[in-house]
Design a protein around this ligand. Sequence first.
Ligand code: FAD
Length: 304
Amino acid sequence: MLQKTLADFTDKEIMPVRDKIDDDVTHEKIINPILKKLQVDLGCQRNAIPKDYGGNQLSIVACALKQEQVGRGDYGISMHSAVTEWCWVPVLLAHLAPFSPKAKAWAKAVLDEFAPKFTSNEFHAGCFNMSEPDSACDIENAQNEGRTIKVTAKLEGNEWVINGNKLWASNAGIADLNCVICNMDPKLGIDAFALVYVPEPWPGVSHGKPEVKCGMQSDRNNSTYFDNVRVPKEWGLQGPEAWALFKNALAAPMPLNAAHAVGILQGAFDVLLDYTGERVAGGKPIRQHLSSAMILGEMASVIT
Ligand SMILES: Cc1cc2nc3c(=O)[nH]c(=O)nc-3n(C[C@H](O)[C@H](O)[C@H](O)COP(=O)(O)OP(=O)(O)OC[C@H]3O[C@@H](n4cnc5c(N)ncnc54)[C@H](O)[C@@H]3O)c2cc1C
């Protein structure tokens, strides 16, 4: 049912305009109207919000099915949707899984404050703001235990104070909520690791120019600058539990990305199938020649 709904959505809303998506630099003409239909009308911006907060609380498998179908139409649209889910994964896990009362209180504070926006009929986006200019895959590498993170979060009274630069995150600059990957003191590794939620617009948060890419216009990638950004203490969690949630959150996109890749392959294969059916050479459509049919068959067997 979910797969069929999203397949129909992709065929109806994305396929007819996908050749024009890369030209929609402001996102206003084509991209945002599609995102609003997917994220608000079909409810995908609620996918990683718990049911008791009005969310869909979808499984990873269900989210992966979405990625496959939407990715078949446009990589960036599906990436946008997945990253909003990603932003919510740490609090979703803390809320549902057996974590400490401290982690549960953090999840409750974040959900109480921000979930109502995402379950409303307004369009909202989330950002998992992790990568940095000097370290991206080295932050993802758990062996480094968060020691390469340079964005710092310090506790001052009842507030977190965040400073530093993030780079490349999807939805940065358009997101209403960031899950910011920080460290209180990188030398201390996991013990000082912190996950802090920062809404936008917010004093001290700014962005650079969106990255120019080829074929991924609807996935907005941007830098984020944190300049003495102050948020309430309740919106951040530090220490080994935050680290455990981060590691789990890093695993979550893997099946989504795999399904995403299958969708992209399927989309490319569909184009190829059309072309080889229309192009006539040697007296018949080229896909009816044995050599072409063998290649197409081999490709189809890899995708499905
Ligand atoms: C389309 C797109 C969307 C993205 N979305 C997000 C997002 O939503 N949130 C976010 O935070 N980031 C995002 N990123 C950034 C992404 O997470 C990083 O690009 C990724 O982690 C790889 O980091 P890097 O590009 O800096 O590679 P680098 O860190 O430059 O590493 C490149 C290569 O160098 C080698 N290398 C690096 N360090 C070491 C080492 N210590 N030892 C040995 N070899 C090493 C490895 O071979 C590695 O593969 C996105 C990037 C893209 C392109």
